[in-house]
Design a protein around this ligand. Structure first.
Ligand SMILES: [Zn+2]
Ligand SMILES: [Zn+2]
Length: 394
């Protein structure tokens, strides 16, 4: 009897062709029309029922089994990034300044591969499988999962569990990384306006210099990480953009700071939000400036992996020949998949694609990022195996 991996090897050329077609024609968040059309076409060719325009450009495929068992949702994201590709591949991005630098092309190809496998193994499923192809993962709080959920993607039939994977440039090719509990962060984006009183650069004593005050604010914010948050708790705060001033001898009226704060636990977040407000306001006040502090509404939640489900996923992954499964660290990146996992418990895991012998070493989001295509089959087998496992009652 051929294993799922043997079967996936037979599908490898198709998966690679799909991935390359997407790589050549990357589409930015909420513009994934050609990508969605390709996904819909592929799913329909497998006899899977398809709904398009689910929450903007989202696509939902439903593999019907005629049985009333547990419904598993498998999710992939479809959007590319505003990055100019710097790798010379024969299937290099044809779109200037747009690139699949986060590997979402591989996610789509891998999930379509899983669909091909599951169609063949339909009789082993005890419930339906839903394929959730979401737009705009890279959009921060405005990601595509929420509009898809609002459009009913997780209902009719109701999805019991959701699973998905992300390519990882940190893990070696063919390694899976899994972790139970809070896995990825809640990202709180903030915007601070420091308002002083401008004047001549030669006479700062006649002004309230917001550039100087903003510099103190940036420095003081790092005191929250190092002096206020429990050092055992994951936490980071970064000011990533500073805007102010027009000329070398004019002290401006205002400086704008933007940044992000990442947490994994509610208590840490609640305390840190208050700390940020207090520290910023106090520093500004101390130097005679005023400020406003805004946190962006409705950020992605913490990506939470169900502990019990993780144990089952680990067992499934460990059975895939030629791969390794390891427990990986928590991370402070954020993921739109968190919204699906909030509605239907499940697991988001990583699949390594780091392979120095093929030059696949640059991190995701880099203009030099490249995927080791040998791992597509592992992605497909893992998703299909997880669906088969969770289709069965516990
Ligand atoms: Zn990304
Ligand atoms: Zn990504």
């Amino acid at each position: 009897m051929p294993t799922l991996l043997d079967e996936a090897k037979g599908m490898e050329p198709r998966m690679i062709a799909i991935r390359r077609a997407l790589h050549q024609n990357p589409e930015l968040a909420y513009h994934e029309t050609a990508t969605a059309a390709l996904v819909a076409r592929e799913l329909r060719s497998l006899g899977i029922e398809v709904k398009t325009h689910v929450g903007a450009t989202g696509v939902v495929g439903l593999l019907k089994t005629g049985k009333s068992g547990r419904v598993v949702g498998l999710r992939a994201d479809m959007d590319a990034l505003p990055v100019q590709e710097e790798v010379n591949l024969e299937f290099k991005s044809k779109r200037k300044g747009v690139m699949h630098a986060c590997g979402h092309d591989a996610h789509v190809a891998g999930l379509l591969g899983a669909a091909m496998l599951l169609v063949k193994h339909k009789r082993e499923l005890s419930g339906d499988v839903k394929f959730l192809f979401q737009p705009a993962e890279e959009e921060g709080g405005r990601g595509g999962a929420k509009p898809m959920i609002e459009a009913g993607a997780l209902e009719n039939p109701h999805v019991d569990n959701v699973f998905g994977l992300h390519i990882s440039s940190d893990l070696p090719s063919g390694s899976f990384g899994v972790r139970g509990g809070p896995f990825m962060a809640r990202p709180d984006a903030f915007r601070i306006t420091v308002t002083g009183r401008g004047g001549h650069g030669s006479a700062p004593h006649k002004t309230v210099d917001p550039v100087y005050v903003a510099a103190q604010v940036i420095t003081a914010l790092q005191g929250i990480s190092s002096r206020m948050v429990d050092p055992i708790k994951p936490f980071v705060i970064s000011v990533c953009s500073v805007h102010g001033g027009t000329k070398d001898n004019i002290i401006p009226d205002q400086v704008l700071l933007e940044g992000t704060m990442r947490t994994l636990e509610r208590e840490t977040r609640t305390k840190a939000l208050a700390d940020v407000r207090r520290v910023v306001a106090s520093v500004c006040q101390a130097f005679g400036a005023t400020c406003t502090i805004e946190f962006k509404k409705d950020p992605y939640p913490v990506t939470y992996n169900d502990e019990k489900a993780v144990e089952r996923v680990e067992r499934v992954l460990k059975r895939i020949p030629g791969t390794k499964t390891e427990v990986i660290d928590q991370r402070l990146g954020a993921e739109d998949v968190s919204r699906f996992l909030q509605k239907a418990p499940g697991v988001y895991y990583n699949l390594g694609t780091n392979n120095p012998s093929k030059g696949c070493v640059a991190p995701i989001h880099s203009s030099r990022f490249r995927v080791d295509e040998d791992v597509l089959k592992y992605g497909a087998v893992s998703l299909a195996s997880v669906a088969l496992e969770f289709s069965r009652p516990k």
